[in-house]
Structure formats: C-alpha cells, structure tokens
Design a protein around this ligand. Sequence first.
Ligand code: 5AD
Ligand code: SF4
Length: 456
Amino acid sequence: MAYRIFLQTFGCQMNEYDSELVRSLLKARGFAFTEDQEEADVILMNTCAIREHAHNRVFSHLAKLKTLKRQRNLVVGVLGCMAQNLKTELTETQPLVDVLVGPDGYRRLPDLLISAIEHQAKGLAVDLSEYETYEQILPDRAAGVNAWIAVMRGCDNFCTFCVVPYTRGRERSRNPEGIIEEAQELAGRGYKQITLLGQNVNSYQYGTWDFARLITAVADVPGIQRVRFTSPHPKDFPPALLDAVAGHPHICRQIHLPVQSGNNRVLAGMGRCYTRKEYVGLVDNIRRRADIALSTDIISGFCGETENEYMDTYGLVQEIEYHSAFIFKYSERKNTIAARKYPDDVPEPVKSQRVTRLVELQKTISVRKNMALLGETVHVLVEGNAKKSRDQWMGHTESNVTVVWEKNHTATQPGDFVSIQVTDATASTLYGTPVSPFPLKGVEKRNSLVSKCLGP
Ligand code: 5AD
Ligand code: SF4
C-alpha cells in the first residue's frame, strides 16, 4: 500500500504553490495524500519564516506531534523557509523531525522520505541552488478557477528586515515557454484566473523576456480571463509593465505595491532603495494611466522608528488611500542585515498600538471605497461557495474586492462572470444581487472596474 502523507502549508502563496509541486513530485513516486492526520504515515509541514508569528505556529504544531509520534511509527518532515533558516536549530532541538528540506530541495524529498520510513534514516536537503526553478514539474492543483504560477524564485534585494534572500536564495527566472504551456494547460482545464508569483516578480528576466512581455503572453492565452501578479518592488517598476496593466483586457487593473514605510530615514534603514517622493511619483504615474486599484504591505515599529516617522507612514496611507493594506509588526529575523546592524528597540506595546492605529485607518478607507459602490454594478468572477454559507456565492471584482451574493440563480457555476448590483458593503466585502443578463458564460466584461447597471 502507498505511504500516506498529510501535508500542511503555512505562509504565502509561493508556499501554497510549492506544496502543489511537492504533491506532484510525491504522487509521481507513488505516495498518496490524506486529509486525516491520524491515518498518515508521514506528516509534512511546509513552513514560513517571514515573521515570528509564523515561526511560533510551526513550533507549537511540532510540540503537538510529539505525542502522536510516541504512539506510533510516524515520519515528520519540515519543508520550506524554516527548514532552510533553522537547519541546525531544528536538528538539534527537535529530535522528532526526521526530514528537513529547504525550498530548493524538493526533488530529493521522495527518496529522503523512503529512507526515513524504511530505514529510520534522518534526511537533510538544505542546499540553495542558483538554477532550480522546478521546470517540467506540473503542480498538482485542486480543481478550481484560480491558479498560481511561480515565474521566478529567490530574491536579490536584501531588504534589511527580510529573511527571504537567505531562505530562498538568489533570483532565477523560469523559461517563458514552460510558463506559457502551463497557462495553456490551465485554460484547457477551465481555470479562468492566473496569478504570476515571484518574491520580486518584476525582476523576471529570461534571455530577452522581461516581466511585461511574459505577463502579456500569459494574458493572451485563450480562455484565461484574468491575470494578476505579486509582488513587484517599487524601485524598478518598468513603464512597459504599467502599459500592460493599463492596456491589456485580461490583466487586472490591480497592483500590490509594498511600500513598507512612508518615512525616508526608515526606508533607507530598510534598504528599500526609493524615497517617499519616488514612491508617490510612481503611484501618481499609475493613477494617471488608468483606474488601477492599489494595495500594499507596511511594517510598523522597525528599528528606531519614532512616533513622527510612524506618522509619516500614517500620512502616506491617508494620502494614497489604498484599496487594502497588510500591516505587520516588525519582527526581527535572525541573520538579516537589520538584526546585525540595528537594535530592535521599539517596545512591543508601541509596535502593537501602531499596527492597530494603521489597521483602523485602512479600515475606514476601505469602507469608504466600498460604500461608494452602493447601487453600482460590479463584474465578478464566481469562485465558489461563500466562507460563511453554502447558500451564497463568493467571487472577486477585477480590483480584487470580495463579493458575496445569494445563490438564487441555479445556472451559475464557478468560472462564470456575473454582474452584481452592490447593496451593502464592509471594509472587506461587497454584498449584492445579480443583474441580468446572468450569468455571462466565460466572458469577462471589461474594461471598467465598475459600470452602471446594464439592465435586463
Ligand atoms: N517583520 C515584519 N514584517 C515583515 N515582512 C517581511 N519581513 C518582515 C519582518 N521581519 C513583511 C513585508 C513584506 C511582507 C511579505 O512581509 O511587509 O512585504
Ligand atoms: Fe524580502 Fe525585500 Fe526581497 Fe521582498 S524584495 S522578498 S521584502 S528582500
């Protein structure tokens, strides 16, 4: 009988994608997967090291596995960024971990697991590679409407707070041919939306192919209706990419543009290579071109951040009015430049209240933006059941706002595009009712984010 694997994924979309690669690699070698931890022969955790919170979650899961491992033969594997970052610490302090595999070592995972199961051998694959892009491996994706494709791996930016360059290694891009073939295969299986992933996605370069050319080629694949990407670095946002976002009917007019801070001293300390003025200039440029929804990442309480410096970030959020923002408390990561150079000196309660104040501010902005859509009709890709009720559908607008509505039209299916008239809104969700003609089979209504009601 095939060995059964329970795989749990923590962290970002790139980790979700890597778990799909891992499933594919293991299935090809005859492993089976189970949703039930109790019946698994192997428990794998694909981990994230970006902040302390993610890190602590993995340690508390490992603690729970101790009892399970005492009761029966069980192989435990830690994959991903924590495996890479904490190899010595994990091998020394966590004897229950049998296999440790970093983000560039997944091709070795099947053999290491077999040795661990059949010969109780410990396994380690934590070398970083300058070349590994998992070419030729088709991720094992659950059926659906959305798919991710990693187009480049690693990061050469070395923002001082960030562990990614150490856990995922140097930047390398995938051959565009393989990416386009994968997009065609996805379109053939009914996927409608593709998100191109990379730690520093606009650094994509393969021969003469840059990211603007790549995203255009993916968006040209027949059947793919929406293409998104995450995350670009603001220091080198190429004009050709903006042309593609503003002009291509299948590239969503939505950009996630991490700012991290609105203060120049903090930005310099973070090694972000742009000033507040340059970032605002880029935003102005983007907004002059088209109605493009913007979201961002912000870190509060970075080393030495004063109240005034924090207020510069607060003011920037007020000025730019993002659609949404992810706001994080600075969390010192071992071996990063910031950990070596600067003291982590903003007290914990101050960090927390700075995060809370920004979250509250962003909430009021998001509510205002969403409330402005009351009575308007938005075009939505139907993705599946709403989280809270199977009697409701859930999808997203082109600007990536969640929309929920009652399932009163039986013909609707995931993958359809529907027009929804907005009747209610919160900071995160629009609620509404379907508008005829309904649904729009396989067609994305473009190219306004919101249009007036079409009528019957
Ligand atoms: N502390 C807090 N947030 C961090 N991020 C990256 N490293 C850290 C850290 N050490 C955030 C950044 C990045 C997002 C993915 O995670 O905002 O854009
Ligand atoms: Fe980390 Fe900066 Fe690279 Fe993003 S660009 S992954 S924040 S080092």
